[in-house]
Ligand binder design. Structure first.
Ligand code: ASP
Length: 437
């Protein structure tokens, strides 16, 4: 009997958790670890990177061909505008709910109000942060509000190929939307030629994607094991309150808010949906990248959930960059947490502006690991955190970022899949969850 992909992925995750954590406890200091430890980390990283590179390799052509095909087919139809409005409506609603949950959690649990010595330990822990990474993030985030506008500038790329090379998906999405739309406006013959061309290209990319996905269990093992082997377990305990607040917010959003939206707006059973999305969620968790997970998200939503190509190829590529519930929630929690830690007073009106900025920046955050740290610096600057606290603050958060990034990316992907399912249902689609791939 053939084992289903998600079972294999689950098995590989169980193996990597066991091996990774056992190896982590071997000796305390990273430098003092035995040779086999370093060999294991290097070989796992080698396999993990191969898999991640392969996924990233197909993201640009997948996004472009899917959107162009989707829009070329529906651009001329009267329901195009409706589909667009529904998509943005759902993304805005789920985003607003996510940041509200984040804000409530951080105000209720107050993880930043801690004992003096825990606070000192936290402030010291920022030294573990890679200062080079922080400096480059600070450079990119230099101008607060100006940078927020920059996100929207990036939507219209001055050079399409440069956007492709640099993986600026927002710009590629915008171009593909317009390109597809104008295909739908061509005279019949031209439209048919163009649609056939892009559809066959899309089929090739999809087959290639499926091929890459079949290696997911090995790739995921390679990605997760070294992370767990090297993560600082003791710093986790110091950062426990903060990490738990984020995780609690993410759980509330994915186990209460999104299921409610599924039920109320789409009459969809949450458990069925969760089961269907399992392989994509595990991959999102392992890669901490919604963009790299996009191929799997599309496969699960169209083949396992049963949403049409038409809806899936429109909503999912957009969602992978623009709809990030987990990220928006995380940004809110971080900013208020740091304000509590540094004793900076945050009135409700300032918290409201944090909410708005978290929503806006989560649209522009790239679907790659740790991308929201840049957005967090932008928000901290915009709400007037003193310069010296920003570096220390981001350093503190970075200590536990990887684990939280894995969790929030899974929530980001889950949110996109819920949007696709609800919108598909509202377009009259049915027979969901019939097939198992
Ligand atoms: N890693 C997240 C994603 O790919 C983005 C972030 O919050 O850093 O969805």
């Amino acid at each position: 009997m053939k084992t289903a992909l998600h079972h294999k992925i689950l098995l590989s995750l169980i193996l990597s958790f066991t091996l990774g954590l056992l190896a982590n406890f071997e000796t305390k200091e990273l430098e003092a670890k035995p040779d086999w430890f370093h060999y294991l980390v290097t070989s796992c990283q080698f396999i993990g990177t191969l898999f991640l590179n392969a996924l990233k390799m197909v993201v640009v052509p997948l996004i472009m061909t899917s959107i162009i095909c989707g829009i070329a087919k529906i651009g001329g139809e009267s329901n195009f505008k409706r589909l667009g409005l529904k998509t943005f409506g759902f993304y805005t609603l789920s985003g607003v709910l996510a940041v509200t949950v984040g804000l409530l959690c951080v105000n209720i649990f107050q993880p930043g109000i801690v004992d003096e010595d825990i606070r000192d330990k936290m402030l010291q822990s920022h030294q573990a942060f890679d200062t080079e990474k922080l400096n480059s993030a600070m450079d990119r985030a230099d101008n607060g509000w100006v940078n927020l506008l920059e996100i929207f500038h990036r939507m219209i790329p001055t050079n399409l190929f440069k956007a492709g090379v640099e993986g600026q998906l927002l710009g590629l999405i915008f171009f593909s939307l317009l390109f597809g739309f104008f295909i739908s406006r061509l005279p019949q013959k031209g439209k048919q030629n163009q649609t056939e061309f892009w559809e066959s290209l899309n089929s090739v990319i999809l087959s290639l994607t499926n091929f890459i996905i079949s290696f997911a269990p090995y790739g995921i093992f390679g990605l997760v094991t070294p992370t767990l082997m090297t993560v600082g377990v003791d710093t986790l305990s110091v950062m426990g309150g903060f990490a738990l607040t984020v995780l609690c917010g993410l759980l509330i959003h994915s186990l209460i808010i999104l299921p409610l939206l599924l039920r109320v707006l789409g009459k969809i059973n949450f458990i069925n949906h969760l089961q269907a999305m399992f392989p994509a969620l595990l991959t999102a968790f392992s890669t901490a990248s919604s963009s790299a997970t996009l191929p799997l998200t599309m496969k699960c939503v169209t083949q396992r959930v049963g949403v049409s190509q038409k809806v899936g190829s429109f909503t999912l590529p957009l969602g992978a960059t623009m709809n990030m519930d987990g990220t928006a929630l995380f940004e809110c929690v971080v900013v208020v947490f740091l304000a509590q830690l540094f004793g900076i007073d945050m009135s409700w009106s300032v918290q409201f502006s944090v909410v708005v900025m978290a929503l806006l920046t989560s649209v522009g955050v790239a679907g790659i690991p740790s991308a929201s740290l840049v957005a967090i610096i932008v928000i901290l600057q915009a709400v007037g955190f003193p310069e010296e606290t920003i570096g220390i603050g981001v350093g503190i958060v970075y200590v536990v970022d990887r684990i939280l990034d894995m969790a929030r990316t899974a929530v980001n992907v889950f949110g996109d899949s819920c949007a696709a399912a609800v919108i598909g249902k509202s377009e009259g689609e049915h027979d969901y969850y019939a097939t198992k791939v």
